[in-house]
Design a protein around this ligand. Structure first.
Ligand code: AP5
Ligand code: MG
Ligand code: ZN
Length: 214
């Protein structure tokens, strides 16, 4: 099963992608995670992406489409995958359609996690991640037992550099400038399914599974 997750920053793409990945045994491909890893490892890609990400701007299409094209060619993607945070522009969506042309079938579902932006700021400013295992927490909605320490592995928690209010607002602007074009691109494919991302995590998951199991 090939799935695309769309939605604004903080909608829960990463949260739901992880749950779908475990349930269906297919990899989560998050362009944001790939780029952050590249920055951490100081690769050429990371050096080129850093300023864009720190400012809440999109990394140029050619860099991102190249990464995804290569990633989808890896063997673990043969049974399907979940794209989390890609495509983000019409150009990326077109490039993806083009690179899937040679393969049987294309994307099965485009799930758009819709959410009220004003409620997402709190989700993002409160998000904490484990440095060691990347487990996600939220200071208020999903706190660790001991402050600053991962429940799963004891690792130290950190905050994403782009999770400041100023950068979050910029990320929302970027999202809004692209969202409608992406929606209409996929609406015409018949694969587009909106879900209500304002609901609690488990209820969003229920909506998503109802679509995937249909
Ligand atoms: P990326 O990493 O994709 O960030 P984003 O789109 O801004 O989305 P987030 O990861 O912040 O949110 P999410 O929807 O995954 O929510 P999450 O599940 O974590 O991209 C970052 C940057 O990389 C971009 O700005 C850009 O520079 C670059 N980039 C990436 N892809 C690119 C591309 N294709 N092209 C160009 N540039 C690209 O949840 C958030 C928080 O809320 C968590 O704390 C979670 O616990 C909590 N939460 C989740 N769901 C719920 C719920 N239902 N109720 C209550 N709390 C919830
Ligand atoms: Mg994410
Ligand atoms: Zn951990």
């Amino acid at each position: 099963m090939r799935i695309i997750l769309l939605g604004p920053p903080g909608a829960g793409k990463g949260t739901q992608a992880k749950i779908i990945s475990e349930r269906f045994g297919i990899p989560q491909i998050s362009t944001g995670d790939i780029l952050r890893k590249a920055i951490q490892e100081q690769t050429d890609l990371g050096r080129r992406a850093k300023a864009f990400m720190d400012n809440g701007q999109l990394v140029p299409d050619d860099l991102v489409t190249g990464i995804v094209h290569d990633r989808l060619a890896e063997p673990d993607c043969s049974r399907g995958y979940i794209l989390d945070g890609f495509p983000r522009t019409l150009a990326q969506a077109e490039a993806l359609t083009e690179s899937l042309k040679g393969q049987r079938g294309g994307i099965d579902f485009v799930i758009d996690i819709r959410a009220d932006l004003s409620r997402l700021v709190k989700r993002l400013t409160g998000r904490r991640l484990c440095k060691n295992c990347q487990q996600m927490y939220h200071e208020e909605f999903n706190p660790t037992k001991m402050k600053g320490v991962c429940d799963k592995c004891g690792g130290e928690l950190y905050q994403r550099e782009d999770d400041t209010e100023e950068t979050i607002v910029r990320r929302f602007d970027v999202y809004e400038s692209q969202a409608r074009a992406l929606e209409s691109f996929y609406a015409s494919s018949g694969k587009y399914r909106p879900v209500n991302g304002d609901l609690p995590v488990d209820q969003v998951t229920r909506e998503v599974f109802a679509i995937l199991n249909h």
